[in-house]
Design a protein around this ligand. Sequence first.
Ligand code: PAF
Length: 284
Amino acid sequence: MKIVETIQEVRDQVKEWRKQGLTVGLVPTMGYLHEGHKSLIDCAVAENDRVVVSVFVNPMQFGPKEDLASYPRDLDRDAAVCESAGAALVFHPEPSEMYHDDFSSFVDMSTLTGGLCGKTRPIHFRGVCTVVSKLFNIVVPDKAYFGQKDAQQLAVIRHMVSDLNFGIEIVGCPIVREEDGLAKSSRNTYLSEEERRAALILSQSLKKGKALLETGETDAAKLRAVIANTLATEPLAKVDYVEVVGWDTLEPVESINGPILTAIAVYIGKTRLIDNFIWQKETR
Ligand code: PAF
């Protein structure tokens, strides 16, 4: 497996693979890889001849008060994860390689990005769409892999690919959880022991919500209430949002008929965690 830092090296390598008629998968990440990322790489390795993993903490998607400086980084460990999972290339650019001094073009989406995480992170999806577009243009993969844990991001990327005619298949992969239910996240490393215990309330509240839906409940307000009430039982949890939205529009729904996304964002201490489930009556 190769580790490269420049766009040119990625392009040269992919060109070589294309000459050999090989297919290419891309797994975009910000590094500090965990089992969730590994599941994306595993899926990409199973479906493509060669897999590129990008490891880039993208400054453009962090707000001024967010955790860009403290975001965990460990390239050696990431490279070992990629290699053991069977990736062929790790792309680890410096910010200056991705954004030159007079960089001034952005990919901004006017739907899907205003609600959920977009409310408290107003510039986040512009940064995500811009960097993912750049990665798509650099690697030009056949398929690209994103986790359902960032469900809004997955929906936004799918929409962007359709709007901008990227000829790339977007593959969404299921949330990977710790044994006790906490969704895997690089940000879990910020949690103290007490906060780690408290963070379980996220998956527990969603479980209660799902159980309510299992009874045939179709009132979104009741679903939101059962989740919010469960979260309120944990003193260390401060709710950012509890939302029930259509999975296609990401707009709030009143009654649950088609596929919905139930998504939450909760501060445990200073750490903001997200979790969700997608619900479709026919697949439950
Ligand atoms: O999900 C992430 O880790 C990031 O948002 C992504 C897609 C790698 C873009 O920086």
